[in-house]
Design a protein around this ligand. Structure first.
Ligand SMILES: [Zn+2]
Length: 440
């Protein structure tokens, strides 16, 4: 998983800059979903949804003060139960801390080495720059190195599942050389000479010049992450594991650069934050160069992977397997009634959204204000059609409200309340979350 990667900054998703040659090659060798949505616009709910196939309000990992329900079953647990010899995760975002429930089902869950090594100085992690804060640290090379070592040790131990989280495209945007200048059209300009790429560049009142620079640095972080993923894919080849390894790459959410007047992520359900990528490669099992236009989202990741490994889809999963679509067994022609995609923001305002075919409804569940967009005519979601098409709005609102009620009922089954819902955070965890801005 690549953190904070908006789909339209990826080469094979139509970006005009060569940010992602390795992901582009992976897509040519496998299957790419063009209409992929993230469950939410920020890390924690999205990652838990991809690992459980439950909507955020059902699994419960919806804020820095809440952990996931102990009753959820994770992808790692399901694979473990079906005979997977080893399950491991190497993550580099404190929002997927094991104390929120993410470690469930993993033999090894390393959420620690990369970010806390510099504080505790217990680990010989030479490629982490110990002087930098969490948001400034460049960690993709460490994820690749640790994953490569793990694969070298365990890659032939029988079936295994390895979950990796690459964090670098998350702000601050501080790619190492040469990625710090690679995508900048004016690298010599005055504003580029600033070494601080911090919050002033991410403020909604940034100048056009500063914004252009921030985006160039963001692209640099994507390019650097892609480079590190390329090294990992090369390692699979060196270890002769390429042909019997299913690789899935997705992103947890996007990033806003004033598309709707804001910056960073987490705050809205517009496409710049909720359009992600989904690419799968499994040589000989999945077709090469296949493009799936049918909608899919994080909820489908677990059922799809279970289906690919020969496991029956668990009825507890709220998502659906997309294996048949990848194999071309379902007609690509438009179904009479398109499948709904539900998104939720888990912020105080708690907006929810529904994508149905070419239309998207965003509903503020507190104020009941709604926005309706025609994604085909207006992919940037700029023209609110809610007043113009009240019947269509009402139809989508009805579907969305029914879904919200259904999730609320299901949440009662899963949820834990009171002390059990509170994560037991250490001082280091709290410091890390503060640096990221998730705790005050
Ligand atoms: Zn994230």
């Amino acid at each position: 998983m690549i953190d904070t990667l908006r789909a339209d900054h990826v080469g094979c998703y139509g970006y005009d800059k060569p940010t992602t040659p390795n992901l582009d090659r992976l897509a040519r060798e496998g299957v790419r979903f063009t209409n992929f949505h993230t469950a939410s616009p920020w890390t924690m709910p999205s990652v838990m949804t991809m690992l459980t196939s439950l909507h955020p309000t059902v699994h419960g990992a919806t804020s820095a003060q809440r952990r996931a329900s102990l009753k959820v079953r994770t992808l790692a647990e399901r694979l473990k139960d079906s005979g997977y010899a080893r399950t491991a995760a190497i993550t580099s975002n404190p929002m997927v801390n094991s104390r929120y429930g993410f470690a469930q089902g993993f033999d090894l869950y390393d959420d620690y080495t990369i970010f806390f090594a510099h504080e505790l100085n217990l680990f010989a992690v030479d490629d982490v720059d110990h002087r930098k804060s969490i948001t400034e640290a460049v960690t993709s090379q460490t994820v690749t190195r640790m994953a490569s070592e793990w694969l070298g040790k365990h890659g032939r131990d029988g079936p295994w599942f390895l979950f990796l989280l690459y964090f670098d495209p998350h702000d601050r945007y501080v790619p190492p050389s040469p990625w710090d200048r690679k995508f900048d059209p004016h690298p010599g300009a005055e504003s580029r000479k600033r070494t601080d790429t911090g919050p002033h560049l991410l403020h909604p009142r940034v100048t056009p010049d500063e914004l252009e620079h921030a985006i160039a640095l963001y692209d640099g972080e994507i390019g650097y992450t892609d480079h590190c993923i390329g090294q990992l894919l090369a390692k699979l080849e060196t270890l002769t594991l390429r042909d019997n390894t299913l690789v899935l790459v997705t992103s947890d959410h996007g990033e806003e650069f004033l598309d709707h007047g804001g910056v960073r992520h987490g705050h809205t359900l517009y496409g710049e934050l909720t359009r992600g990528i989904l690419i799968l490669r499994h040589p000989g099992r999945l077709p090469a160069g296949k493009v799936v236009a049918a909608p899919a989202y994080h909820l489908d990741v677990t059922p799809t992977l279970l289906d690919c490994t020969g496991e029956k889809t668990d009825p507890e999963c709220q998502g659906a397997s997309r294996l048949a679509a990848m194999l071309g067994k379902t007609p690509e022609r438009r179904a009479p009634e398109p499948e709904p995609i539900f998104l939720e923001a888990t912020t105080k305002e708690a907006p929810r959204a529904l994508v149905l075919g070419r239309h998207k409804l965003i509903l503020d569940t507190a104020s009941r204000q709604e926005e309706l967009y025609d994604l085909k005519a207006d992919p940037g979601e700029k023209t609110n059609l809610a007043a113009k098409h009240p019947d269509l709005s009402a139809k989508l609102r009805g579907i969305l409200d029914a879904h919200v009620s259904q999730c609320a009922a299901l949440a009662k089954k899963y949820h834990i309340e009171g002390d059990a819902a509170r994560p037991q955070l250490t001082r280091q965890d709290i410091d890390a979350l503060r640096q990221l801005g998730y705790l005050q």
